[in-house]
Design a protein around this ligand. Structure first.
Ligand code: 5GP
Length: 191
């Protein structure tokens, strides 16, 4: 095997450069609880889950299977963090919803709320479209760097310290989204 192909076949899940914050089991248990709560809160309502791409894809897929109600899903894509680890403060709509949300009960599903700038802009936009209700579910809440202190997150998976976390949908320059756990890259200079 060439050096290149053996490097490519190294295990990512067992990568020694990753410190695990939340295990697969802990995540599953927490999302089950969130699903139970959301199922109780939205009974009899017209629920639409709006996933914010790409980071929320795994959370959305797991969360929706814990919500035992009729529901639909839709997606938006907004730019915030590009290939770096700091916020640009710039939010641009890259992909809009496929369907109208008028008279719907919208639950925005996000991977992590950090400064809150992305969500603030997104909620403003959705708020102008006649939804009956708009709430926010975020897998992770990182409150320390929050700029919009008024942003209310109605459903939170875990509250994390002010570190750059990866896995379970969250990336660093596109990598690590496939990790089944949430972790921190110990030495970012090592690939
Ligand atoms: P905010 O606008 O709240 O500062 O940033 C939200 C977006 O920034 C998230 O949807 C996510 O894409 C990215 N982000 C913020 N903190 C982290 C982090 O710790 N790890 C990763 N991978 N992305 C983050």
């Amino acid at each position: 095997m060439s050096t290149e192909s053996s490097a490519n076949s190294l295990s990512e899940f067992g990568n020694p450069n990753l410190e695990i914050f939340y295990s697969e089991d802990a995540i599953r248990e927490r999302i089950r609880e969130m699903g139970r709560q959301i199922s109780a809160d939205y009974r009899g309502m017209d629920l639409v889950l709006v996933g914010v791409l790409k980071g929320s894809c795994i959370f959305l897929a797991d969360l929706m299977r814990e919500i035992d109600l009729p529901l639909t899903i839709d997606f938006m894509s907004v730019s915030s963090y590009k290939d770096g680890t700091t916020s640009s403060g710039d939010v641009e709509i890259l992909k809009d919803l496929s369907n109208p949300i008028r008279d719907k009960d919208v639950l925005v599903v996000e991977d992590i709320v950090d400064t809150g700038l992305t969500l603030t802009r997104l909620l403003e936009l959705l708020g102008s479209r006649g939804a009956r209700s708009i709430k926010l579910a975020s897998f992770l809440d990182k409150p320390e760097p929050r700029i919009n202190k008024d942003l209310e997150i109605h459903y939170v998976g875990f509250t994390v310290p002010n570190k750059f976390v990866v896995g379970y949908g969250l990336d660093a320059a596109g990598r690590y989204r496939n990790l089944p756990f949430v972790g921190v890259v110990k030495d970012p200079s090592k690939a």
